[in-house]
Design a protein around this ligand. Structure first.
Ligand code: SF4
Ligand code: MG
Length: 321
């Protein structure tokens, strides 16, 4: 069985004083061992809530109200806190957009690496230090001794992200969740970091769920793409097919606003309107107030995810048979 992760009908809601906010609604997808899949959408679409749900890090007033998260044949939604922690330590890791918030400012990089590795791999300090240096080399940090002794603020954004990747991958996890890991970096550094992540995870046979608002960035990196809008998946497709023949009008809009696709210096088109807040989702198709192709039924009918003959899936009434 090649399946590593199976998310089934996941719903995560936030129970606030102002009412229930349905941040993600009925999301299903699977990830194979070693596969790289992108979850793409604007901020507020539910991407990060999806990843936090998988990591078991949804906190009050948030709650998974429905669905299963099957990882390596066990349902994580029924795990005890302690068992979940063990899975996070050994089998799942995460890297975020801003490593400064994940690194402790008062401890050196070396100290934090050693502590992480000691806990993850139940090893002594000496061995942990060896592993730390191995990883600083693997993530191609040019001067490991210096970085080892540095404090987080003394490193560049790119170097900090390399350290985070070392920490995240040193436990050889089966799954890496990367939530906008390169968004804060400039383009050249972004590319280097992405290539590094791709090569290292390939070596380890680690799957990546790559969360981003930027389709252009994932084009060369991922196998499949899932597009989210308003807490739902609106398109699932092979990456080539998605770029070649996007189906959902929202995906078309995203592609038109992605510089890489606009090769002839054409003016970039932005999708008009704003992302709906999860507390105030429109009825019918959630994209209808912004959709250039909307027609009367779109205002009242909620489209199901429809299988397309090319193997992709799309949540749009235009694709009904
Ligand atoms: Fe646009 Fe209607 Fe399709 Fe929604 S269902 S994406 S509003 S055409
Ligand atoms: Mg986010």
């Amino acid at each position: 069985d090649q399946t590593l992760l199976e998310v089934e009908h996941l719903q995560t809601h936030f129970f606030t004083e102002n009412g229930v906010i349905p941040s993600i609604n009925d999301i299903s997808f699977s990830l194979n061992k070693g596969e790289i899949v992108a979850l793409v959408g604007e901020s507020g679409s539910g991407k990060s809530v999806t990843s936090m749900s998988i990591m078991g890090l949804i906190e009050d007033p948030g709650k998974i109200v429905n669905g299963n998260i099957i990882f390596d044949n066990q349902d994580l939604t029924s795990l005890t806190h302690k068992k979940y922690q063990k899975i996070r330590r050994n089998d799942m890791s995460m890297v975020f957009q801003e490593p400064l918030t994940a690194l402790n400012p008062v401890f050196s990089i070396g100290f934090q690496l050693i502590e992480t590795i000691k806990v993850q791999q139940k090893t002594n300090k000496k061995k942990a230090k060896e592993i730390a240096f191995e990883w600083l080399e693997k993530v191609r940090i040019p001067n490991p001794d210096k970085v080892f002794a540095s404090y987080p603020h003394e490193l560049s954004g790119g170097m900090r992200q390399r350290v985070m990747i070392a920490m995240a991958l040193s436990s050889r996890p089966r799954l890496l969740i990367a939530d906008e890991p390169t968004t804060a970096l400039d383009v050249t550094i972004q590319k280097q970091i992405l290539r590094l992540m791709k090569n290292l995870t390939k070596e380890l046979d680690t799957a990546i769920l790559f969360i981003t608002h930027d389709l252009g960035i994932v084009a060369e990196m991922v196998d499949r793409v899932m597009v989210m809008y308003g807490g739902e998946i609106v398109e699932k497709s092979d990456v080539k097919q998605l770029f070649h023949a996007p189906k959902h009008p929202y995906t078309e809009g995203l592609l038109k606003s992605t510089p890489k696709i606009n090769q002839w210096g054409e003016k970039l088109h932005a999708i008009s309107g704003t992302v709906p807040t999860p507390s105030n989702l429109p009825k019918g198709c959630k994209f209808h107030p912004r959709c250039p192709k909307a027609f009367d039924r779109c205002e009242t009918e909620h489209p199901p995810l429809i299988d397309h003959k090319d193997g992709s899936q799309v949540r749009c009434l235009l694709y009904e048979r």
